[in-house]
Design a protein around this ligand. Structure first.
Ligand SMILES: [Ca+2]
Length: 353
């Protein structure tokens, strides 16, 4: 049984005992008053264990302390927006950078929320996000799009996202990841590079920890939210158009990511290429980004409202291609799945209060 080094509560991991518990318990920095951190380290060992916190034994004469929650104390699901604050849902598509900024400003004013948001990771590190308005778009790629993967980019279908949300302007960096988890699995160490070599579970657990830390609802984006945010008003192959030759200005891919000591290419610091119309950087390329959804080869037929993907699956979806792929795999509609590769990272979304 671990010592109560923080002097707050004893922490048990149900289903884990003996050498395995000891190995994980001593495997890295740990916040003894944050159940989420213990859960995360347990998850790194390959299995997600339920965290149970127990009150430490009371000294004679002390008042009995109240037992804590059985899991990380995540805030409750947000209530629906009040009727008086129904956000505008924009149906015209495509639109340009000026219109994108106008929609962000109008949505912010109508809901009484800021257009830009900073989420504190601790240790002087924060994540900047921008407001993505509600709207309607066509998800997937048309049959004649250059580079289209027939197997998994259709059918082209109409999607409505009824609720605005905040999305991080960059992939989560190594500095941000470390500030929350005290870990950095990246192969190429650089604080302002995207964190990489992540499994889906690592990215999801980061969101849970940051939710626990901030009291905000932090998530991986659904695949629909990701593509809607990536397109930023564009029906073309990329948010910047159909011209692959323009890629170098907007994305890191296999053709421009090589460095003198690494001819295989590598991730680069976030935010160096041009942003899309919402102000999001590196949606195309750099590291491929985990989404919340289970992967399926085909989208459901027909119109969809706030889709969350299949109920079950074997792999999760990754989007946007990476420094390791050609520009075709960095297109807005391109889809990846599963694995733990050194080009796998993520970005966060935060629900409106
Ligand atoms: Ca990316």
């Amino acid at each position: 049984m671990p010592a109560d080094r923080a002097g707050k509560s004893l922490i048990m991991l149900d289903g884990m005992a003996g050498p395995e518990f000891d190995r994980i318990f001593r495997s890295g920095p740990l916040s003894f008053d944050a159940g989420g951190a213990v859960q995360y380290l347990a998850a790194k060992a390959g299995t997600l264990y339920r965290v149970r916190q127990e009150p430490r034994p009371e000294a004679p004469g002390q008042a009995t302390s109240k037992p804590t929650s059985s899991t990380a104390d995540l805030p409750p699901e947000p209530a629906s927006l009040p009727a008086a604050k129904t956000p505008p849902t924009y149906e015209e598509w495509p639109f340009d950078t000026r219109q994108a900024a106008a929609r962000q400003q109008e949505t912010a004013e109508q809901l009484g929320v800021p257009k830009d948001l900073n989420v504190d990771c601790g240790k002087g590190v924060s994540i900047r996000l921008v407001l993505i308005p509600a709207g309607r778009f066509m998800m997937g790629s048309p049959d004649n799009e250059k580079g289209r993967q027939e197997k998994n980019e259709g059918p082209l279908h109409e999607v409505t996202l009824a609720r605005p949300f905040y999305m991080a302007v960059t992939e989560v960096t190594q500095a941000q990841y470390f500030a929350v988890t005290r870990l950095d699995p990246s192969g190429v160490k650089e604080p302002n590079n995207p964190v990489e070599m992540l499994e889906w579970h690592d990215a999801d657990m980061f969101c849970q920890l940051l939710s626990h830390k901030t009291g905000r609802h932090v998530h991986l984006p659904t695949e629909a939210r990701w593509e809607y945010a990536c397109r930023a008003g564009s029906n073309a192959a990329f948010s910047f158009g159909d011209n692959w030759e323009d890629s170098d200005s907007y994305l890191w891919c296999m053709f421009n990511s090589k460095v003198p000591n690494n001819f295989m290419g590598q991730p680069h610091p976030v935010g160096q290429k041009k942003p899309n119309a919402w102000g999001l950087f590196d949606m195309h390329g750099n590291v491929e980004e985990w989404c919340a959804d289970w992967y399926s080869d085909s989208y459901a037929e027909g119109r969809a409202a706030d889709p969350t993907g299949p109920a079950v699956g074997e792999d999760h979806v990754k989007r946007g291609g990476s420094y390791f792929t050609d520009p075709g795999h960095c297109r807005s509609a391109s889809r990846g799945q599963g694995g733990t590769l050194n080009d796998s990272g993520f970005r966060i979304v935060v629900d409106l209060p």
